[in-house]
Write a protein that binds this ligand. Structure first.
Ligand code: FES
Length: 179
């Protein structure tokens, strides 16, 4: 069972250069710099723009918000939702909250690790998948749960992992053919 919320895929989007992305970030910094508590929202938006937080983006944020680079880098390393390495097109999160853990979340995690050939916090070489763990998606009644991008898959069984991941690989192929 899945929640189809905001499916990803934008075959018409063109890749922007790093300069263009930094210009977008500068625009955001300009809007936020006078606001108290701007650092985290600006970092979240920077991650939305780049897909992760490259050093150049962190330097722009530090300079623009008048903070030291080490303060900005410290905040980024403190929060697990920030990433300083490029992530995959699909982010797969395995819930290890109590209900999911008790109902086999770890077995699901092991099956996904084996299928993708990566560990938690890693990205596949083809940049298709990044694997993370999470604490609770609010789907405890139908545990164990796994989220892929914006979709929550419930009652996931290790034996159904191939089928679950195949849907996303097929979507990718359709998007490429359309583009
Ligand atoms: S514990 Fe996994 S969804 Fe709540």
């Amino acid at each position: 069972m899945t929640d189809d919320v905001g499916k990803k895929g934008c075959p018409g989007c063109e890749e922007a250069s790093e300069e263009e992305l930094l210009a977008r970030l500068d625009e955001i910094i300009e809007k936020y710099k006078a606001k108290p508590g701007a650092l985290i929202p600006v970092l979240q938006m920077a991650q939305g723009i780049f897909g992760y937080l490259p050093e150049a983006a962190l330097k722009h944020v530090a300079l623009g918000l008048n903070k030291s680079y080490s303060e900005v880098a410290g905040v980024v390393s403190f929060y697990s939702f920030f990433s300083t390495v490029p992530r995959g097109k699909n982010i797969i999160r395995v819930c290890l909250g109590t209900a999911c853990y008790v109902r086999g979340g770890l077995d699901v995690l092991e099956a996904i690790k084996a299928k993708l050939g990566i560990d938690v916090g890693e990205t596949t070489e083809d940049r298709m998948w990044s694997l993370e763990v999470a604490r609770c998606f609010g789907a405890c009644g139908l545990a164990p749960a796994v989220s892929i991008n914006d979709e929550v898959h419930r009652r996931v069984r290790p034996a159904r992992i191939n089928q679950m991941l195949a849907q996303y690989m097929e979507r990718e192929e359709v998007a490429e053919n359309v583009g």
